[in-house]
Design a protein around this ligand. Structure first.
Ligand code: A3P
Length: 316
């Protein structure tokens, strides 16, 4: 029997580019209005033991890890990554309520399998249900909006990135589609009045599950420092038993330079067409914020990180 998702909705102001929004409580997750219709279906989505999910707050390195997970589970067909977009190889659940990604493609693929399928029921959700065997599924929704049994069913990888770099990456990204001063992007990031809402709620939902054996938390900063060590940890977690040579091939396939200008990384969002990879660095926000705003963010991070968990590594 379907469980009812324990959330409430509040009206929210329109958000640049995404239009009509809804605020989800608890957690203050701000989402495009289309989420409302699908909230229960997503919450009840049935995962399989062999599935692998990737959850992140946007701009944390999602596409990087998406490519890695795909590469590690498709080591004998890596050449597909050079021609097929990441959306073709992994299923983005949020596709069903974000209007700036490839929902047309999902709908076409779905209709080819089930001509009577309705767009309103979510093309990605239906495609995922129809797909046989292991599915690679990614989403930016926080844990509390996913099936509460997910970790007992399948493996989930969660990626975190320093909030200041995360915000700066978001600023660069949004500036491509909807101009906005950094002051505005940083302030809405701190208040959570931005798409996907509160950063702290998102990471906290993952952090409180960190001891579950089916959850693997990765830090963008660790990946930048030593990608092979992180791939080795993933190899253990996923049980993929890849050799060092195979892991090196995955690292090479997913290196920043290989990904940046790759045609499959080009996005076409309302007038902006180009790679959405910017610098791909740790500390990309350094020196980019007016000093007062920089200090305000530092204080906000310190304050919130302490409340999340003293072990939260951004403090170091
Ligand atoms: P920057 O904007 O700082 O360059 P997401 O995929 O969650 O939207 O995250 C995007 C960020 O991850 C961007 O950060 C992007 O450059 C970075 N990224 C993507 N692929 C990467 C890679 N292979 N190596 C390092 N960073 C990468």
């Amino acid at each position: 029997m379907e469980k009812k998702i324990p959330i409430t909705f509040e009206d929210a102001e329109d958000f640049p580019h995404y239009g009509e929004m809804v605020l989800v409580k608890p957690g203050d997750t701000l989402l495009p209005i289309g989420y409302r219709r699908l909230a229960n279906t997503i919450y009840n989505f049935e995962y399989r033991n062999e599935d692998i999910c990737l959850f992140t707050y946007p701009k944390s390195g999602t596409n990087w890890v998406a490519q890695i997970l795909w590469g590690m589970t498709h080591i004998n067909e890596l050449q597909r990554a050079t021609t097929e977009s990441v959306d073709r190889r992994l299923l983005l659940l949020d596709n069903d309520f974000l209007h700036d990604v490839s929902e047309k493609d999902y709908m076409e693929r779905l209709r080819a399998k089930r001509p009577e399928a309705r767009e309103d029921d979510g093309p990605a959700l239906q495609l995922a249900a129809l797909e046989k065997g292991r599915r690679l599924i990614w989403s930016h929704l926080p844990f509390n909006l996913h099936n509460p049994n997910i970790l007992d069913k399948c493996k989930v990888v969660y990626v975190m990135r320093h909030p200041k770099d995360n915000m700066f990456s978001r600023y660069i990204h949004f500036n491509k589609v909807a101009q906005g001063p950094i002051q505005y992007v940083a302030e809405t990031f701190m208040t959570g009045d931005t798409i996907y809402g509160s950063y702290w709620h998102h990471v906290n939902e993952a952090w409180k599950r960190k001891d579950h054996p089916n959850l693997h938390i990765m830090f963008y900063e660790d990946m930048k420092a030593d990608i092979m060590a992180e791939l080795e940890k993933l190899n253990q977690f996923l049980g993929t038993s890849l050799t060092e040579e195979q892991l090196k091939r995955v690292a090479e396939l997913t290196s920043f330079n290989n990904m940046k200008d790759h045609p499959t990384m080009v996005v076409n969002i309302q007038g902006f067409q180009g790679s959405f990879l910017h610098k791909g660095e740790v500390g990309s926000s350094k020196g980019q914020l007016p000093p007062e705003l920089d200090a305000q963010m530092d204080a906000w991070i310190k304050d919130n990180a302490l409340r999340v968990d003293p072990a939260f590594r951004y403090l170091s």
